[in-house]
Every structure is written in C-alpha cells, then in structure tokens.
Design a binder for this molecule. Structure first.
Ligand code: GH3
Ligand code: MG
Ligand code: MG
Length: 387
C-alpha cells in the first residue's frame, strides 16, 4: 500500500486556507465493520431480529476454524488492514515534518490542523494511531486525548502526544489524560516511526482480542451439538421481544418441545444415534423458524421456539408443520430405520394480559406435560395463559 495523505472532509469554506492540499476521501468508513447484529430488537418490526450468533449453522470443527480466522481481525488479518494514522498540529511545518518522517512507511496518514478537525477525522476513520500536538489554539492535545478516550471507550487508538516541553510533570499530565506515549520536539524521524510501530503492535493485539471475544460470545450463546441458540441466548432475545410485544401489542407465543421416548432411541441405537435425531429435529425447527422468531435447544431433548406476530391459529399451524415433518422423517441406523415424534406445549398472549418470561415458560411446561399425558406427538395450549 502506498503512502497516502488524507484531509478531513470539512466544507470548502473551512479548508480555504489550504487550497493546495488535495482532499482524498476514504471509500470505507471502517475496516472492522461490526459483525454482531445491531438490529433493533424492540422496534416491533417483524423482520431481521436475529443477532448474528443465531444465524450460525452449528459449530463443527470447520466452522470453528472459520470463525477463528474471522475473529483474527474480521475477514482480513490485522496486518493486512490499511493502517491509518491521524496527525494533528496547528503548525504546517510540524505537519510536514511528521509527513516526511512517515512517508517511507505503509501508512495512510490523515492530517488535521486543529482539535475540531481531528475529532471529525477520528470519528470518520477511527485511526489506529493519533499523533497530537500539545499546543493548539482551539483545543490542547491533552483535551483531545480526553475527548477521544471519553467518546470512544471501546475503540483502542494509540495516542502519541508531541510537545516541545520535556518537563516530567507535563509528561505525567499527558499520560494521565489518556495518552499512550509522549514524544518531545524536535523529534528524530526514525524514533517517531518506531513509536508508531509500537502503536501498530498494540492496535493489532486489541483487534485480535476483540475478535476472539466476539467468538467466545458467539460460542457462549450457541448449543454446540445443533448450532441452535442455547437457553441463555433465547432468554436474552425473548425478554426484549416480550417488552416489545407488550409495548406494541403484538402476539407472542412460547413453544416448548420435547422428543418422545427419546431415551429409548439412545438405549436401542446408541448415544450417537440419539445425537443424530437431536440434530434432525433442530434442522426442522430451524427451517420452520421465521427470521423474526427464534428457536433454541434449551437442554437435553428439549427445545424452545418463540413465535411473534402470529395469532393463535397461525402459531398452531406453524408448530403443526414442525410436528408433522419430524414425525415423517426416517432415521437410518445400521440395519434399522426409526421414526421419532415430539410433543409441544404452547403458552402466550394476544390481546390478553401479558406474562413474564418465567411465567410463560412455566405455562408452556404445563401444556407440554398435558401433551405427554394425552398420548404424546401432539400440541397443547396452556389455557391459563390468557388465551
Ligand atoms: P418422554 O417422552 O416422557 O419425554 O420420555 P423421554 O425418554 O424422551 O424422556 P427422558 O427424560 O426419560 O429421557 C431423556 C433422555 O435424553 C435421557 C438422556 O440421556 C437423553 N439426552 C439428553 N441429552 C442428550 C444428548 O445430548 N444426546 C443424546 N444422545 N441423548 C441425550
Ligand atoms: Mg422426552
Ligand atoms: Mg425431557
């Protein structure tokens, strides 16, 4: 990548005093586009309520490696990302000196001539390193550091303060304000590059850690066998959907499903065969779950489905489809072919007094118990849930 110099995208009025400078705008806002779904859970809109972890197809070994690769800096390895530096100094001579010092390196350098421009460029480009002059007319470098740290607490940028003052008290003041490093003017060009490289190493480590944290978050919310969201994930999702259902008066149904005589599958064909059946049920559940809803494996051979924006008949026919598809699926183990069924308990509310998540689960559990009691492979509604 060649060395590029970027100017802030400020109105022509404001940049009139530097007509000779080219303004080259970056095409991309941020290289680390947030992969986690930022959809509005509570809008009451029936579309796209699935955070990214819930779209995962399951964590096979291959998927895990793919996720890990993604986690190490998005689709790209951190060192392949354009490395942006923001240099802010009110002196054109100092800006030139910084530009010359960094010119042999593979950096994209953005220049600002005051604190206000620097903050605008920082928000737009999120540079990995900021080199800030201490003395500027509109905002001291010190204040700029505080601003950046306060406004972007989750975004790591390596802040280097440049100052002609080598007093220890001022160095301490700068580092306390949030700067990572302090360089005195006049600086040696290769020292500035070396300090920028320290910033690069730290920025890359931060990106790796953020990626790995995202991976861990995804794994913590996912059932490893089926790839479905787990109980915790569905609870987080459902509690938000419940608030939205209450506020916007849309119907919400909780379906609890439990495979019938599943122990017998394990006992007859082995645990691996049991796992195959669980995955088969998960596939059917997933295939019949709209984007605006959620399904999960809540533990053992128990699953949850939350249906929103459907009336009672709609919810029932959706669950009936799942029941029928599972009932008619053949599983072949060794010489034998086996079919398995599931029972379903549904609780919810529509134009009735809403219930909280635990109350809904408890009602769905009662309905499931009734379905088991009445012969299994059937759907029961919990009548006390205000239907
Ligand atoms: P019911 O119709 O009353 O639900 O009977 P059931 O046999 O399905 O229920 P029970 O609770 O007696 O047995 C559930 C079995 O599910 C026992 C347990 O070993 C098995 N199980 C739980 N988790 C897993 C798993 O991850 N894999 C496999 N293969 N089996 C599991
Ligand atoms: Mg069971
Ligand atoms: Mg059970």
């Amino acid at each position: 990548m060649s060395h590029r110099v970027l100017q802030p995208s400020i109105p022509p009025e404001a940049s009139r005093d530097h007509p000779s400078r080219q303004c080259e705008r970056s095409a991309h806002k941020s290289e680390l586009a947030t992969p986690v779904g930022s959809e509005d859970f509570e809008s009451g809109n029936a579309e796209t309520h699935f955070p990214v972890p819930f779209r995962m197809r399951g964590l096979s070994k291959d998927d895990e490696s793919a996720l890990k690769a993604r986690a190490v800096g998005g689709q790209m390895h951190p060192s392949s990302l354009p490395f942006k530096i923001l240099a802010v100094d009110d002196s054109a001579v100092c800006r030139k000196l910084v530009e010359q010092a960094l010119s042999g390196e593979r950096y994209t350098v953005l220049f600002a001539k005051n604190g206000r421009e620097a903050l605008a460029l920082f928000a737009e480009h999120q540079p990995a390193v900021v080199i800030a002059d201490w003395n500027m007319p509109d905002m001291e470098g010190l204040e700029l550091c505080r601003h950046i740290r306060r406004d972007s607490p989750d975004l790591h940028s390596h802040l280097i303060l440049l100052s002609g003052n080598a007093d220890k008290e001022q160095v301490v003041e700068g580092l306390t304000a949030g700067a990572d490093d302090y360089v005195t003017k006049p600086f040696h060009p290769s020292e500035l590059v070396a300090r920028v490289e320290v910033g690069r190493r730290i920025a890359e480590l931060h990106r790796q850690i953020q990626g790995q944290n995202r991976l861990l978050e995804e794994m913590a919310l996912t059932d490893a066998l089926t790839g479905l969201p787990n109980r915790r994930a569905v609870e987080v999702w459902a509690s938000r959907q419940l608030s939205a259902a209450v506020r916007y008066h849309f119907p919400l149904w909780v379906v609890m499903a439990d495979l019938d005589f599943f122990k017998k599958v394990n006992d007859t064909y082995g645990h691996d065969a049991g796992d195959t059946v669980l995955k088969g049920f998960a596939e059917i559940l997933k295939a019949n779950t709209r984007q605006s809803n959620i399904c999960a494996r809540s533990g053992g051979e128990e699953f949850l489905l939350v249906i929103t924006h459907s009336d009672k008949a709609g919810a029932k026919s959706a669950v009936e489809r799942i029941r029928e598809q599972f009932e008619s699926r053949n599983f072949s183990f060794g010489n034998g072919t086996v079919t398995v069924t599931a029972s379903f308990g549904i609780a919810g509310f529509h134009e009735a007094k809403p219930l909280d998540w635990n109350a809904l689960l408890s009602c769905a559990d009662t309905a499931l118990y009734a379905a088991k009691h009445k012969g299994r492979n059937r759907i029961e509604f919990e009548l006390e849930s205000g239907i």
